[in-house]
Ligand binder design. Structure first.
Ligand code: ZN
Length: 532
């Protein structure tokens, strides 16, 4: 007689992540791995039984874009994510990884300049290599699994500092060597965020060389594109695909979406991806299902003004001549300073200075109106007063075209979740449940099976996990038990820190992390190293 299962989830419908129709079976878990059990289960022994009658059992969701690389140290329970059913998330995105960074002063500076995006928890920043950083995360035992990308900003800082310069052949060789070592230590690829210096100073060719190195180690290129490039519509995405082609590696466009301000629709954007794939190139994308973007307020300051790192950036923000130049450039672009409305839509947060805390969750427009000062002066003054730390939430994906990306067969989910400020984008708490509740159940935009596939086996394949992302014999028991009639996001622009309904149970590596919709306090997560 076999040993009893540690866990048996019985009575439910399995939507196994393959995209195939759901079927009736029980899921037995032994040694953290799945065994499907067909037929009656009353004779099956288990230490723990979960009744999944009228529920759907799926693989755990995989989030291709998360900003938890520092904040998880302060909050390893990571409730906003596990309560959505996320069992693995990708960190080190947007070019902004916190390893490898050989010099502790540089690690300090990178955490400082990104505080409005990635937070700056009061922890010991006592790692430098990828191996030491991943060991720290493993030692933490977070509630979910993490997969790590090497950011190209980290590589640039290590090889050539913070300046706006062209990489020499030696610089390139150094960056490739650092990346090679990082891949050997378990990274899954290289990321870029081409709005964020110093990674933003990288050329197409430099990024192609890094992509080639990542691909050699079995990884891929994950990119927040250069939104300012060329026509500011298709050219940024053309460059991403070109980088994959030149580097002969997979290219993944993160937070791929269409803005209302673009000169034409989403069709030509998606056609770029479809055409590249038809040509045999491995191009994929993720998107987040909310209309609200979020990042550090510093993103409003042009890259040239950030050359040299945080100290020089602050010197420039204090300089009246620099402020004039920023004002001129922004006026020429006609995007941000076109009128009151642009300011109205920039909600700011993550304040720590007592006089500024009342502005938490208000808009930049409110502050400008209150102060009666020039907008650029208000912006620079706020950044200086908060030591660059401010977060912003702004309009992102257009409501009318969001669905084109969600239902596209290549589309996956990257929440782009941030964990700073009282009112982050609702995507941090609601992304996966919104797709399942609104787009699957209410609108029938795509089937439950197809949505689950895009959240599980598709991203598992993208990041190279060969024993996760499916409910299949021998696979790791990362699982979600959800109520298809009740699942929904409760996170909104006004109340973003609201947990979803209908995600009843979440299991990570065979351990129950969410039970009856509440966190159990369990922390079974670990780092999923490439090849590990
Ligand atoms: Zn991001």
């Amino acid at each position: 007689m076999p040993e009893p299962y540690a866990l048996l989830i019985e009575g439910g419908t399995i939507v196994d992540g393959s995209g195939e129709r759901g079927f009736a079976a029980a899921v037995g878990v032994r040694d953290g791995r799945i065994e499907l059990v067909y037929g009656p289960t009353d004779q099956i022994r288990a230490e723990r039984r979960v009744d999944a009658t009228e529920r759907v059992v799926t693989p755990g969701f995989i989030d291709l874009h998360s900003h938890s690389g520092l904040m998880i140290f302060a909050d390893p329970l990571h409730e906003p994510k596990v309560r959505q059913g996320v069992t693995t998330e990708v960190i080190g995105v947007d070019g902004l990884s916190y390893a490898p960074i050989p010099d502790p002063t540089d690690l300090e500076a990178l955490a400082h300049i990104n505080a409005g995006l990635d937070g700056r928890p009061d922890i010991a920043y006592d790692w430098s290599s990828v191996e030491s950083y991943l060991d720290r995360l493993d030692g933490l035992r977070p509630s979910l699994n993490l997969a790590f990308m090497v950011g190209n900003s980290a590589l640039r800082i290590g090889a050539m500092g913070w300046d706006e310069v062209v990489a020499s052949a030696d610089d390139l060789a150094n960056m490739r060597a650092m990346l090679r070592e990082a891949m050997e230590e378990g990274a899954i690829g290289v990321s870029s965020g081409l709005d964020y210096p110093p990674g933003a100073y990288a050329s197409t060719e430099e990024l192609a060389a890094l992509t080639a190195e990542a691909a050699r180690g079995g990884g891929f290129y994950h990119t927040h594109v250069r939104y300012d490039l060329g026509d500011r519509y298709l050219d940024p995405f053309r460059e991403a695909i070109e980088i994959g082609r030149l580097g002969e590696g997979p290219a993944h466009i993160t937070h791929f979406y269409h803005r209302q301000t673009f000169p034409d629709g989403p069709g030509p954007m998606l056609a770029l991806v479809d055409d590249a794939r038809a040509d045999g190139q491995d191009v994929t994308f993720d998107t987040y299902p909310y209309e609200w973007a979020s990042t550090r307020l510093l993103i409003m300051i042009p890259p040239w003004a950030q050359s040299g790192g945080p100290v020089q950036t602050k010197e420039r923000l204090a300089d009246a001549g620099v402020r004039d130049r920023i004002r001129r450039e922004m006026a020429e672009r006609g995007v941000l300073f076109a009128g009151r409305r642009a300011w109205d839509d920039v909600r700011i947060g993550a304040f720590t200075v007592p006089e500024l805390i009342p502005w938490e969750g208000r808009t930049l427009g409110d502050v400008i109106a209150d102060r009666g000062d020039d907008p650029v002066d208000v912006l620079c003054d706020l950044l200086l007063a908060e030591d660059l730390r401010v977060n912003q939430v702004t309009p992102g994906p257009w409501t009318e075209t969001l669905r084109d990306f969600i239902r596209h067969p290549i589309g996956m989910i990257g929440t782009d979740s941030t964990f700073v400020g009282a009112k982050p984008s609702p995507r941090t708490y609601g992304s996966f449940p919104r797709v399942l509740g609104q787009f699957v159940r209410e609108e029938a935009l795509l089937s439950l099976e197809e949505a689950v596939r895009s959240m599980t086996s598709a991203p598992a394949a993208r990041i190279g996990l060969d024993d996760r992302g499916l409910v299949r014999d021998g696979f790791v028991a990362d699982l979600v038990v959800l109520d298809p009639e009740r699942v929904r996001s409760n996170a909104t622009y006004d109340e973003p820190r609201s947990y979803p309904d209908g995600i009843d149970r979440v299991v990570v590596g065979g351990t129950i992390v969410v039970e009856d919709g509440a966190h159990t306090g369990a922390r079974p997560g670990r780092v999923l190293r490439r090849g590990g």
